[in-house]
Design a protein around this ligand. Structure first.
Ligand code: HEM
Length: 532
């Protein structure tokens, strides 16, 4: 053993003392160095998704899509791009149990040769809120109450049910989280979704909308609630142990990467807004096309260095991929970078090996805590007459120009007044919630009714329980009655008022083929759809 300074250590068992039974001496620089470092081991846990598990792997493109995207990762069939994937729960702290009823994060960093692309998704294709300004409220309500510090898991929670019952846009997500999807059998049996609509941009600068999907080769499996409770008690590390063991045994889990691609004109035909993250794009209307495979084949060498220090960020995109104006995505693009400065303590967290790109990096960002790759040579500004790197747009292109295409933002037209408002096209909160519920098998529907009954029966405030039933009545009256009965309400509460009149004579909505294995289709049912 050595000290942190590399000095060989003679005795790591005893602090330097004045005599065998005398006081410990402050002079002991070796003991002080050791204790000093120990005292500073902790960093803040992630403000959300604190409990997670990371694994290395690679992505192999099986179908090039130059017609949609110029990104190298989408054009070179057979090339293996290294990846790091972190699975997580959302609401629990770092030490919370794996089988909590919760959304699972599914975040992948692709170390492409044009820079890092992060696909920071979940195992549910929709989200609770439409606008990022509500994210702190959602998370405050889902985490332990500020006075009592419980409950820790996202169950049986007055604050959570208060917030969502006052936030009708969360109803689609509520149906998904009350389904079996939030108690997965293991990470290996989960789907993943980019959730937002992104843009793919081809060499000619033409853009298409895209939704990203991960399809597990093992299929989707869940446990039931009683199993989840037992597993949490017997082995709170069940999911991370499952992943570690599978990889150690060489049983590498795989996911296909699928894309739903459509253009702006097609998007205008939907009865919902593709910029609204509380909605899916039905797979009947836009089939998922498989373009590659993710294989997870190596555990980390060190949990802290890799899983804890990895910093995913939705704004990490590469040429050929771009954002949309989804107001949730736009807020996320600010939030991750900001929180990671706090969490990792320095703007130089891109120098940490797990975050560092695996392609050349040339810029003039310098200094700050823990700077490990400052610019070399005379120049640290641009333009310069020395020999520093230059951007890609300069003509004539000399040897200093970036050898690859520079990132250019898609030229989406923007001309609007500056207003703080929610788009009218985001107003329908119940149709897809209803579609999801009625597309479930009877057994799955029973699980959902049981989950809602269990959760709401633990809510102390009666008005919150009643308000939730008032929402469920817009989704499925039988479900609302069953839950109301289950939680002992004598009278069925009124439907909560909605701003818009229901329109019931719309043509049939297409089935959600995300659920197409489900034997029960909602074809032929009339849907109450609220539109602007
Ligand atoms: C962390 C997904 C919405 C802020 C994460 C992680 C995932 C994720 C997977 C964990 C990353 C990791 O493993 O390190 C999502 C999805 C969202 C969503 C799919 C909605 C579609 C938001 C919003 C905000 C936000 C709206 C804020 C405006 C954060 C923050 C972290 C985080 C601050 C912690 C990051 C860190 O400390 O490294 N999110 N999130 N998320 N998310 Fe989100």
């Amino acid at each position: 053993m050595t000290t942190a300074q590399g000095v060989p250590m003679a005795d790591d068992q005893n602090w330097l003392k004045a005599g065998a039974r005398g006081p410990s001496l402050l002079e002991d620089h070796i003991a002080r160095e050791k204790i000093f470092h120990f005292d500073h081991e902790r960093i803040p846990e992630r403000v959300v998704h604190a409990r997670g598990y990371g694994v290395h792997g690679h992505f192999e493109l099986t179908r090039a899509i130059p017609e949609y995207s110029s990104a190298a990762i989408f054009n070179e069939e057979g090339v293996k791009t290294p990846t790091f994937t972190r699975f997580s729960t959302v609401a629990g702290n770092k030490g919370s149990p794996d089988l909590a009823r919760d959304v699972r994060g599914f975040a992948t960093k692709f170390y492409t040769k044009e820079g890092n692309w992060d696909l920071v998704g979940n195992n549910i294709p929709v989200f609770f809120i439409q606008d990022a300004i509500k994210f702190p409220d959602l998370i405050h309500a889902a985490k332990p109450a500020p006075d009592r510090g419980f409950p820790q898991a996202q169950t049986a929670h007055d604050n959570f049910w208060d917030f969502v019952s006052l936030t009708p846009e969360s109803m689609n997500m509520i149906m998904w989280i009350m389904s079996d999807r939030t108690i997965p059998r293991s990470f290996r049996f989960m789907e993943g979704f980019g959730v937002h609509t992104f843009r793919l941009v081809n060499e000619k600068g033409e853009a298409h909308f895209v939704k990203f999907h991960w399809k597990p080769k093992l299929g989707v499996q869940s446990v039931v609630w009683n199993e989840a409770l037992k597993i949490n008690g017997a082995d709170p590390d069940f999911h991370r142990r499952d992943m570690w063991d599978a990889i150690e045994m060489g049983d590498y889990p795989q996911w296909d990467l699928g894309i739903q691609v459509f253009d702006e004109k097609f998007a205008d035909e939907f009865e919902f807004d593709v910029l609204d993250a509380t909605k899916i794009v039905p797979e009947e209307q836009v089939p998922v096309e498989i373009i590659g495979t993710l294989t997870l084949d190596a555990n980390v060498d060190n949990f802290f260095a890799e899983t804890e220090q990895v910093a995913f960020c939705t704004q990490n995109i590469v040429p050929g991929i771009d954002f949309t104006e989804d107001p949730l995505l736009q807020g996320r693009n600010f939030s991750y970078l900001d929180t990671q400065l706090k969490r990792l303590g320095s703007p130089n967290f891109t120098h940490i090996p797990i975050n560092a790109p695996k392609c050349p990096v040339r810029h003039f960002q310098q200094d700050g805590h823990m700077a490990m790759s400052n610019p070399k040579g005379r120049a640290n500004y641009e333009p310069n007459s020395w020999d520093g790197p230059m951007d890609d747009n300069r003509e004539p292109r000399g040897p200093r120009a970036c050898p690859m295409r520079g990132f250019t933002s898609y030229e989406a037209p923007v001309e609007s007044p500056k207003i703080r408002v929610r788009s009218e096209t985001f107003a329908d909160h119940y149709s897809q919630a209803r579609q999801f519920y009625i597309s479930q098998t009877p057994v799955e529907q029973t699980h959902m009714a049981n989950a809602l009954t269990f959760e709401l029966s633990k809510v102390e405030r009666m008005d919150i329980r009643e308000r939730m039933i008032g929402h469920l009545r817009h989704i499925d009256d039988d479900l609302a009655k069953e839950v109301a009965d289950g939680i002992g309400l004598e009278k069925l509460p009124e439907k909560v008022p909605v701003a818009r009149k229901p329109i019931t004579d719309l043509p049939e909505s297409p089935a959600l083929s995300i659920l197409k294995n489900s034997p029960k289709s909602f074809k032929g049912r009339k849907l109450g759809i609220y539109i602007a």
